[in-house]
Design a protein around this ligand. Structure first.
Ligand code: ADP
Length: 189
C-alpha cells in the first residue's frame, strides 16, 4: 500500500488510525511527544503549545518545579489541562531518541504508550489520541515504531476496560500507510 485515505480500525474499533492534526482532535486527552524539559519544542510539541495557549506551559513549569526538577525521564508521562485545545487534557510523554537509548529504544517507546494510557485510565478518561511518538525529530524508524506502538496499545487494552477509544493520528497519509502496513494489532501472541 503506498497511499492512505480514510480511516482504519482495529480491536473491535477501540483503535482508529487517521490522518490529521493532533491539536484538532476532540477527545478527552491528546498525547504530546514532548522533550524532557517540558518547556516546549518543535513538531507536535510546538503545535500543541501554540494551539493550547500559555496555561499548558505554566502547568508544565509547575510539574518541573514540584515533581521533576531534573526533567521528565524518557518513557514517563504527566498530565496537564488542555488550555484552549478541544481536548480537555494533554498527556506529555518523552520518547526515546533513536540511537541514543543504549539499545533500550523499543522498551522506552512502549513505556511511553503504556504510561500515557495508564494515566488516562487513572483519570477515568474514555478517549485518547496519540501522535507517532519519536518518529519525527527523534528519528525512530516508522516501521519499527508501528510494531512497538501497536503491541503496547494492544497489551494495555486487553487488561483495561476504562479506555474506550484510542485514536492514532498521523500527519501525512504516507505515515499512516506505513503504520497500517506494519502494525501488529490483530496478531496472535
Ligand atoms: P519526536 O521528537 O518525538 O520525534 P515530533 O513532534 O518531531 O516528535 O514528531 C512525531 C510525529 O508527529 C512525526 O511523525 C511528525 O510528522 C508528526 N507531527 C508533527 N506535527 C504534528 C501534528 N500537528 N499533528 C500530528 N502529528 C504531527
Amino acid at each position: 500500500m503506498d497511499s492512505f485515505t480514510g480511516s482504519q480500525s482495529y480491536l473491535e474499533s477501540r483503535v482508529t488510525v487517521v490522518t490529521g492534526d493532533i491539536t484538532k482532535q476532540q477527545v478527552d486527552a491528546i498525547v504530546n511527544a514532548a522533550n524532557s524539559s517540558l518547556m516546549g519544542g518543535g513538531g507536535v510539541d510546538g503545535a500543541i503549545h501554540a494551539a493550547g495557549g500559555p496555561s499548558i506551559l505554566a502547568e508544565c513549569r509547575e510539574i518541573r518545579r514540584t515533581q521533576y526538577p531534573d526533567g521528565l525521564p524518557t518513557g514517563e508521562a504527566v498530565l496537564t489541562t488542555g488550555g484552549k485545545l478541544p481536548a480537555r487534557f494533554v498527556i506529555h510523554t518523552v520518547g526515546p531518541v533513536w540511537g541514543r537509548a543504549g539499545g533500550r529504544e523499543s522498551e522506552l517507546l512502549a513505556a511511553c504508550y503504556r504510561n500515557s494510557l495508564q494515566l488516562a485510565a487513572d483519570h477515568d478518561l474514555r478517549a485518547i489520541a496519540f501522535p507517532a511518538i519519536s518518529t519525527g525529530i527523534y528519528g525512530y524508524p516508522r516501521e519499527q515504531a508501528a510494531i512497538v506502538a501497536s503491541t503496547a496499545i494492544k497489551d494495555f487494552l486487553s487488561r483495561n476496560r476504562t479506555l474506550r477509544k484510542v485514536r492514532l493520528v498521523f500527519y501525512s497519509p504516507g505515515d499512516a500507510a506505513v503504520f497500517v502496513q506494519h502494525q501488529r494489532f490483530e496478531e496472535e501472541r
